[in-house]
Design a protein around this ligand. Structure first.
Ligand SMILES: Nc1ncnc2c1ncn2[C@@H]1O[C@H](COP(=O)(O)OP(=O)(O)OP(=O)(O)O)[C@@H](O)[C@H]1O
Ligand SMILES: [Mg+2]
Length: 353
């Protein structure tokens, strides 16, 4: 269930305000001056407490968030040919955190299993989509000329939209195979209609097909989560080389590649794999790992990012540091505080080793 009411303490926690503002009075002053939406006043005993609605958060994030707007559109392809390494979970958390910061974000689900759609939309909305005689998705837009605004769904945040997966994605994959310039269909026909979004994230399934080729070709950022377990590690080299081969074949040169470690465990093996990733993929990797944690799953069930669900948890801190570092890398914006924090994280890792 999504949380509807947000107190000033909640706002301070999700936007990490303590790190940048001396007192909560700054928030109240901004409300007074009309820079952020007005909160409802709710009586708690003798005092009145401010309560903001969830839909008001992005407007507060535009003023007090920790991510500045990007200076160009970022199109992110989340992919690695390995299942269960948090592709969908991190896409969801990133998208939600960008949107909370007031950044207009669109998620495009490309997994036949409909994973990001199930995480983002309420069950009733997914059922309605499926029960419609003509379920509307990317296939209907590309092959049957359905209008783009009919395939985009709203979410509980005004800055976050989704093009949900439908079962016709299988048909779309076959259809793409028969088209001329079949790797460029998203780039040529989909992206030009999505210029209002500051960030677009393609969430891919684990196996290679035409939807993935299209999403790589359309993106300026390629993001690969690397699972810190043996199966993911053994597969990593082969998996990444298929991506690099494709980039070369298509002549893609200026794509930013971002990797980050996920599913880190306390075990010696997991820690060793983590250290291997850092040295092997040195120029691409952001050394802030996402640990195995049940809170990560709980937040998904509640359809919230971990920063909303458990803002003071260690997992929320990891996501905060990872997302800020990713943002710095992909926007090229200098965020001094982030740099300082990642340095501390690296020093801690060095000490652990
Ligand atoms: N921090 C975490 N620790 C452990 N498990 C997690 C964590 N966060 C999410 N999970 C769970 O891990 C599972 C796999 O995550 P996810 O679906 O994001 O992987 P994926 O790479 O998208 O998989 P697929 O290749 O099938 O698309 C999910 O069941 C999710 O709930
Ligand atoms: Mg997935």
């Amino acid at each position: 269930m999504e949380k509807e009411n947000w107190t000033s303490a909640d706002i301070r926690a999700i936007f990490r305000m303590d790190e940048r503002y001396k007192s909560i009075q700054t928030l109240y002053n901004a409300e007074e001056r009309g820079e952020i939406p007005k909160a409802e006043r709710i009586s708690r005993g003798k005092i009145q407490v401010r309560n903001w609605k969830q839909s008001q958060l992005p407007a507060i994030g535009s003023r007090f968030g920790f991510l500045p707007s990007p200076n160009r559109q970022l199109v992110i392809c989340k992919y690695i040919q390995k299942g269960g390494v948090l592709k969908t979970t991190t896409s969801f958390n990133e998208a939600r955190v960008y949107a909370l910061n007031g950044i207009k974000t669109l998620i495009i689900g490309l997994d036949f299993e409909c994973s990001i759609t199930d995480v983002m939309l309420p069950k009733s909305q997914v059922m309605t989509l499926e029960q419609n005689h003509r379920s509307l998705g990317l296939y209907q837009f590309l092959a049957e000329n359905a209008p783009i605004n009919e395939i985009i769904q709203k979410t509980s945040l005004p800055t976050l939209d989704i093009i949900p997966e439908t079962h016709d994605l299988v048909v779309l994959d076959k259809w793409l195979n028969q088209q001329k310039r079949r790797e460029y269909i998203f780039k040529d026909r989909l992206l030009p209609l999505l210029s209002e979004y500051e960030v677009i994230i393609f969430d891919n399934g684990p196996s290679w097909q035409h939807l993935i080729e299209n999403s790589i070709t359309a993106s300026n950022v390629l993001m690969c989560p690397l699972g810190c377990n043996l199966l993911a590690y053994n597969a990593s080299e082969t998996n990444l080389s298929s991506i690099f081969d494709f980039q070369q074949e298509m002549g893609i040169k200026d794509q930013i590649i971002v990797m980050f470690p996920t599913l880190l465990e306390r075990s010696g093996l997991s820690q060793q794999i983590y250290a291997q990733y850092l040295s092997k993929f040195n120029s691409y990797i952001i050394p802030i790992p996402i640990r195995v944690s049940v809170k990560g799953q709980e937040a998904l069930v509640c359809k919230q990012s971990i920063l909303e669900y458990a803002p003071t948890s260690p997992l929320a801190q990891e996501y905060y540091e990872l997302i800020t570092a990713i943002w710095q890398k992909i926007t090229g914006q200098n965020m001094e505080q982030t740099a300082r924090r990642s340095n501390t994280a690296m020093m801690e890792i060095a000490q652990e080793e």
